[in-house]
Ligand binder design. Structure first.
Ligand SMILES: Nc1nc2c(ncn2[C@@H]2O[C@H](COP(=O)(O)OP(=O)(O)O)[C@@H](O)[C@H]2O)c(=O)[nH]1
Ligand SMILES: [Mg+2]
Length: 256
């Protein structure tokens, strides 16, 4: 009986300690270091369980930083604005880079997405490298109607890999303007898929106009970013992931 009590005590202690370390990790890693929101909107349903739990615990909401890259005119701003505000903006100022912030529910957890919509300033290497360094995931956009914009993605990919120094950086190749498929397509799905396979990244066709796959690309990318953070958390200290249960659930650190 004494032995059982002892084992129970040790298990409870290790769960408590794991919880404390997880909580400290969340605060360290996901606390928002940006100065003030550019634009903010919250879309989680009021009173949803994830939001309420996070608010009660008063923990910072995890932030996922996404960068839109691609040639001018491919629809980076249109995709961003469609995701942010559910509207198709046809004439967004082409030289304007802007950042956006929004709270969303990702797999039952409240998270914040920060989106940097780049606009050519990346021609200046120092600015571009700073942008890319700060990004945790990239939507690399071309227009299926313009082959030149497809060729341009190679250089964006190279620059990102050089700055991030990591082949596994969350990255989705996005063929936008899919609504113009009939008649105006200049890049075949197969050609884009081939490149995506070579890079080992997903390829998704979108339309900022009809909303096709717009939410999906942002959420898929956030999922990849989240997964990478969980893996980084677990590899930080092997004891954190020393049972199959912890590894497979991957959720201990986020169970507030
Ligand atoms: N038909 C169609 N037009 C789009 C789509 N996305 C963007 N556009 C148009 O393409 C032009 C350039 O879009 P914009 O978002 O400013 O491109 P950016 O320079 O990459 O930010 C604008 O006239 C948009 O209305 C789309 O999915 N379908
Ligand atoms: Mg733009």
């Amino acid at each position: 009986m004494d032995n059982i009590r002892k084992i129970y005590g040790q298990t409870a202690e290790s769960v408590r300690s794991l919880y404390e370390r997880s909580r400290a990790f969340i605060i360290r890693t996901f606390s928002n270091d940006e100065t003030g929101p550019m634009k903010t909107s919250t879309v989680h349903p009021q009173g949803s369980s994830a939001a309420t739990a996070a608010q009660q615990a008063q923990l910072p909401v995890p932030v996922h930083k996404v960068i839109m890259v691609g040639a001018g005119g491919v629809g980076k701003s249109a995709l961003t604005l469609q995701f942010m505000y559910d509207e198709f903006v046809e004439d967004y100022e082409p030289t304007k880079a802007d950042s956006y912030r929004k709270k969303v529910i990702l797999d039952e957890q409240e998270v914040q997405i920060d989106i940097l919509d780049t606009a050519g300033q990346e021609d200046y290497a120092a600015i571009r490298d700073n942008y890319f360094r700060s990004g945790e995931g990239f939507l690399c956009v071309f227009s299926i109607c313009e082959h030149e914009s497809f060729s341009a993605v190679n250089e964006f990919r190279e620059q990102i890999l050089r700055v991030k120094n990591d082949d596994n950086v969350p990255f989705i190749l996005v063929g936008n303007k899919a609504d113009l498929d009939v008649g105006q397509r200049r890049v075949s799905t197969e050609e884009a898929l081939q490149l995506a396979r070579m890079w080992n990244v997903p390829y998704v066709e979108t339309s900022a106009k009809t909303r096709q796959n717009v939410k999906e690309v942002f959420f898929d990318l956030m999922r990849d970013i989240h997964k990478l953070k969980v893996e980084a958390f677990q590899s930080e200290d092997p004891n954190k992931a020393n049972t199959q249960d912890e590894r497979s659930s991957g959720c201990l650190c986020f169970s507030w």
